[in-house]
Design a protein around this ligand. Structure first.
Ligand SMILES: [Zn+2]
Length: 273
């Protein structure tokens, strides 16, 4: 099942199995940011149809990072429609080999006693988490921070925000929207609170780099976060990254066990997308 909601006149948030992807529309043409799990492939196609377009209208897929929950539907798209797939050079290499920088099954098994992990693990196993699916042939994004819009519908501007994976990339969009992938999320089945946050630590390939990328995000002139997981969040990037860091430093997690008073992540600035 797919849920599609309109974030801006031509930007749509779609959610599949505990993960989001986004549709950018320009005229009749679309760019897809991320593509869900392999098991979300039909939902990705359904999301395109839901906004009145044809699957062939998708001109390109741009990927925030090569994790199985973000590249899964891209293989089908490329095979069926020849849709080009773009991502950072570092993550393109990982996608091609299928050796993704993500937790192994054993990392998850060790955490089965933690709240929410069993249900999440069953859901994502059904969505294709246990099968390796190489995705060769992705077109590497321009090197470094060129700050140039890609010549694709919706004009996404790639910004390197490494850490979650070596080549994690966020995309600035017109109108102050920022697709952050998993460099900054707003909810996760394995986290208790909603609001800007880093994904649970064991998902990060390089936690120090992920923390440093919050500084990059803080400097971007955007006020709508389109995360890889969780609802859309509205507020400045300075505030979003402050909250994420505050939580990563453990202040937020200590609140989980103590008084459940409202923290800055729960303020009215956040909204369901
Ligand atoms: Zn993810």
């Amino acid at each position: 099942m797919v849920v599609v909601s309109r974030v801006a006149p031509d930007v749509f948030r779609c959610s599949g199995t505990h993960v989001n992807w986004y549709l950018l529309r320009e005229g009749r043409h679309l760019t897809l940011i991320d593509a869900g799990w392999a098991g979300d492939t039909a939902a990705v196609v359904a999301s395109v149809v839901a906004i009145g377009c044809d699957p062939r209208d998708v001109r390109a897929i741009v990927i925030t990072h090569a994790h199985a929950d973000h590249i899964g539907g891209a293989l089908h798209y490329r095979r069926e429609y020849g849709t080009p797939v773009h991502m950072s050079a570092a993550d393109a290499g990982r996608a091609a080999s299928g050796e993704l920088e993500q937790p192994r099954a054993s990392d998850v098994v060790r955490r089965l006693g933690e709240p929410g992990v069993v249900r999440w693990a069953l859901d994502v196993a059904r969505a294709g988490a246990l099968r390796r699916r190489p995705l060769p042939g992705a077109i590497p994004l321009p090197d470094g921070d060129s700050w140039e819009p890609l010549d694709l519908p919706g004009a996404p501007v790639p910004v390197a925000t490494p850490g979650h994976t070596s080549g994690s990339t966020s995309y600035m969009l017109p109108g102050g929207l920022l697709a952050t992938g998993d460099a900054l999320i707003t909810a996760h089945p394995l986290a208790r609170l909603t609001g800007p946050q880093l994904p649970p630590a064991f998902f990060a390939h390089d936690p120090a780099a992920a923390d440093a990328s919050l500084d990059v995000l803080a400097g971007l002139d955007a006020d709508v976060v389109l995360p890889g997981h969780g609802p859309v969040w509205r507020g400045s990037m300075g505030e979003a990254t402050r909250i994420a860091r505050w939580r990563a430093d453990g202040v937020g997690s200590s609140l989980r066990h103590g008084a459940r008073k409202a923290g800055p992540w729960q303020r009215s600035g956040s909204s369901k997308g």
